[in-house]
Design a protein around this ligand. Structure first.
Ligand code: ADP
Length: 342
């Protein structure tokens, strides 16, 4: 598909270049031809004045070698054909190279989209298959009692919830892929954002008896309120999910030379060295997290978080030690905290 598109694009480049070359050659030839005609007329006049026999030896100074106008015209045409052919070959080769360069980012994007669709379909298929088979089995059961049917509905609801949370996460991922008209930029208070995120997470933290500590100084920045809340909710939600009950999580902030740093520290299960470079990849889950179905994650949270900081021209990093805990640090530059709609 891409080879075809590359060849087509090369053909278009060639067509444009050849059209320009042809027009230039035509202009050059017309100018040269007019000049040759003028020389021809002048030679004709001299020949008539001095006679053909004296043409060669006694021709006036500057005209002692007569110009063969037809021969010169032929040579100009040949030279133009040669130059045009050389341009055609060079343009063909560089056009093919340029077409490749032009199409590479599109190719990467399409491959990325395909991978995304296949990953998303794969993740969606699991709960849908379990939903379908459970319903089929119970439907065939002629002795199905009301309590059994209710139990089935509860199970089905769990699967439906999983599908819903996956589709929500996929939508968020698409939403923060690129800021659009729904991404509103405004002056926001960091303390208020963190407070809102902590409130969202507190029921889950309470259930695990985890205390959320805040060491926040308030800073104001221009950013997407919704996006920054989502970012903090994702990091805090993970911290609570991957921390053992009765432990604590600390959120702190600092400002240095126009940069805001937000730190979320937990003393939870930590992340294995081999998993650390991949935790921000889409659908990546560390082995521990994958085996724990209770976490209910899909490996999308941190990739959404990364996109949110990227549209704010910031960065997100993690330091972690297996069994000891993790520290997620978000860096948001104040200068570029405004989204560029590009
Ligand atoms: P998930 O939905 O699985 O939590 P994320 O993208 O949010 O997906 O996180 C990716 C992986 O990073 C998780 O599966 C988990 O293994 C690891 N991780 C993220 N945050 C933490 C944390 N605070 N402590 C330990 N592991 C974490």
């Amino acid at each position: 598909m891409f080879e075809n598109a590359r060849l087509k694009l090369t053909a278009w480049y060639l067509l444009i270049i050849m059209l320009i070359c042809f027009l230039f050659s035509l202009v050059i030839f017309r100018v040269a031809d007019r000049e040759l005609e003028r020389i021809d007329r002048r030679q004709q006049a001299l020949r008539e004045r001095f006679g053909v026999e004296i043409f060669r030896p006694q021709f006036p100074e500057g005209f002692n070698v007569p110009i063969d106008v037809d021969d010169l015209r032929g040579r100009i045409i040949l030279t133009l054909i040669f130059i045009n052919s050389a341009i055609l070959i060079i343009a063909g080769m560089s056009g093919y190279f340029l077409a490749g360069q032009t199409l590479t980012p599109i190719k990467v994007m399409v491959e990325e989209q395909n991978r995304f669709i296949s990953d998303a379909s794969h993740e969606l298929r699991t709960p849908i298959t379990s939903l379908k088979s459970a319903m089929e089995v119970h439907l065939r059961d002629k002795k199905l009692t009301l309590p059994q049917a209710k139990k089935l509905i509860v199970q089905n609801l769990n699967d439906v919830n999983r599908i819903q949370s996956l589709s929500d996460a996929l939508l968020k991922l698409a939403q923060y892929q690129k800021p659009n008209s729904h991404t509103v930029f405004e002056k926001v208070s960091l303390a208020e954002i963190i407070k809102t995120a902590m409130l969202t997470i507190s029921p889950l933290a309470k259930r695990k008896q985890i205390s959320l500590k805040s060491k926040i100084s308030d800073y104001h920045l221009t950013g997407s309120r919704e996006g920054l809340i989502d970012l903090m909710v994702i990091i805090l939600d993970n911290a609570v999910k991957y921390t053992h009950p009765k432990k604590s999580i600390t959120v702190s902030s600092a400002k240095t030379d126009g940069n805001i740093f937000i730190k979320v520290e937990d003393n939870g299960i930590g992340i294995d060295k081999k998993d650390l470079p991949h935790v921000f990849d889409r659908f990546y889950q560390a082995t521990d997290a994958r085996s724990k179905s209770t976490t209910g994650g899909y490996g999308l949270g941190l990739s959404i978080a990364k996109r949110i900081v990227t549209i704010h021209h910031g960065s997100i990093t993690v330091l972690s030690q297996k069994g000891k805990g993790s520290v997620f640090t978000v860096h948001l530059p104040l200068k570029h905290s405004k989204i560029e709609n590009s």
